[in-house]
Design a protein. Structure first.
Length: 146
């Protein structure tokens, strides 16, 4: 993983287990796994499935550049590069911004218990593809049982 993290080469991992909480499989089981571009989420409780407002827009802080310069990450980089001053591109916030697009409520119901997202095309998880791609849900479901 070090080569991937430090040099940006391809990751050797194809699966990532986000969460598995099988309290009562019929009533309150919660689990999420990523396999390739798909993230499968099972939530038998549906207790916290309401859709929150899409993130984005202006930052609530005017001092983000100053906060960045004072961060632990910046401190570690200054030590690593043996310098007192770090240069950040003036557009670093715009380049780091995630644009979610329009809220896709027609593809998302808070009553759903199975969610499938293509997080490469839909990183904000606005479009539940479970009904359109049941074969992906079935193929990925056994991964957290192994």
């Amino acid at each position: 993983m070090w080569d991937y993290l430090s040099n940006g080469t391809g990751s050797p991992r194809t699966e990532l287990l986000y969460n598995i909480d099988p309290l009562d499989p019929e009533e309150s089981s919660v689990a999420a796994i990523r396999n390739s571009q798909y993230k499968l989420v099972l939530d038998a409780s549906a207790a916290d499935n309401e859709r929150y407002r899409t993130t984005g827009g202006r930052r609530p802080f005017n001092d983000v550049d100053e906060l960045l310069a004072r961060s632990r990450a910046a401190e570690a980089l200054r030590k690593f590069y043996n310098t007192d001053r770090l240069e950040f591109p003036s557009d670093w916030r715009q380049r780091a911004r995630l644009t979610c697009g329009e809220d896709a409520t027609e593809h998302f119901s808070p009553d759903d218990k199975v969610f499938l997202f293509d997080i490469e095309k839909d990183p904000c998880e606005l479009n539940n593809l479970a009904a359109d791609h049941p074969e992906v849900c079935i193929a990925n479901g056994p991964l957290w049982r192994d």
